[in-house]
Design a protein around this ligand. Structure first.
Ligand code: JBZ
Length: 234
């Protein structure tokens, strides 16, 4: 899997060389390239923004640098197997299903906007050539797309075979299919008693059936309290 990031702050993505994702890069499972969008400017000030047509506050990112970056990175031939992810507050919510779908992609290009956003013709042009996903992390607004791209990258890449040491841990996580899309149950480790708080007895019983039932009950109760929207049968 090759990941490209178009941004005016490429140093944001230096962090991807650390920990699990760093190992995935070292192992050749993932190939990461961050690009400074200003590479595709031609004026002395390396300008990437301009005032919004129709007026309004702030600045809008000019289409030209994006178009030239696309030309260099992707060429002009349409290829639906290339996924262009545009983090934006107006995007559809990024969900685990999106991460699962994108984890099968061979090529993902993240377009990280700043200011008031990217000239919409860039999205229109990209949509004619590649598979475009306008996605939001959640119901809040960041200063740009970089942090969202990092979060989405981790959610996607950790699902790629060979990236996680123990793939079994994926099956017991919140939102995973094996968890019936429910929130993950509370977890404990040693010591059995800590500052007056004990590990639930059932987890110390060694009875796998009872433990599995307790965990299912915990997941459902937690989901009912915090995310009733995830419950399909209630
Ligand atoms: C201008 O580019 C932005 C600005 C805010 C923002 N907020 C996001 C979010 O997912 O919350 S993505 C994103 C992109």
């Amino acid at each position: 899997m090759r990941l490209d990031y178009l941004t005016i702050f490429p140093e944001f993505f230096d962090v991807l060389g650390i920990s699990l994702l760093g190992k995935a890069v070292d192992n050749g499972i993932v190939d990461i390239h961050a690009h400074d969008l200003r590479t595709w400017t031609h004026d002395r000030h390396r300008t990437v923004d301009d005032t919004p047509c129709g007026g309004g506050a702030g600045m809008v990112m000019k289409p030209d640098p994006w178009g030239e970056a696309f030309d260099d990175l992707l060429g002009a031939d349409p290829d639906p197997s290339v996924h262009v992810v545009i983090p934006t507050p107006s995007g559809t919510p990024f969900r685990q299903d999106d991460a699962a779908q994108l984890s099968h992609a061979d090529r993902i290009v993240f377009c990280c906007g700043r200011y008031e956003g990217i000239d919409h013709r860039v999205i229109d042009y990209a949509s004619e050539h590649w598979s475009v996903h306008e996605l939001s992390l959640g119901d809040y607004v960041l200063n740009g797309g970089e942090v969202a791209a990092l979060a989405m990258t981790e959610a996607i890449v950790r699902l790629v075979p060979g990236v996680l040491g123990n793939p079994e841990s994926l099956s017991e996580e919140s939102y995973s299919q094996d968890q019936e899309g429910l929130l993950e149950y509370p977890v404990y480790t040693r010591p059995a008693s800590w500052r007056g708080w004990d590990v639930p007895e059932v987890l110390m019983s060694g009875h796998h059936g009872h433990i599995a039932q307790w965990r299912r009950e915990q997941s459902r109760e937690l989901t009912r309290r915090r995310r009733p929207d995830l419950l399909t049968d209630e």
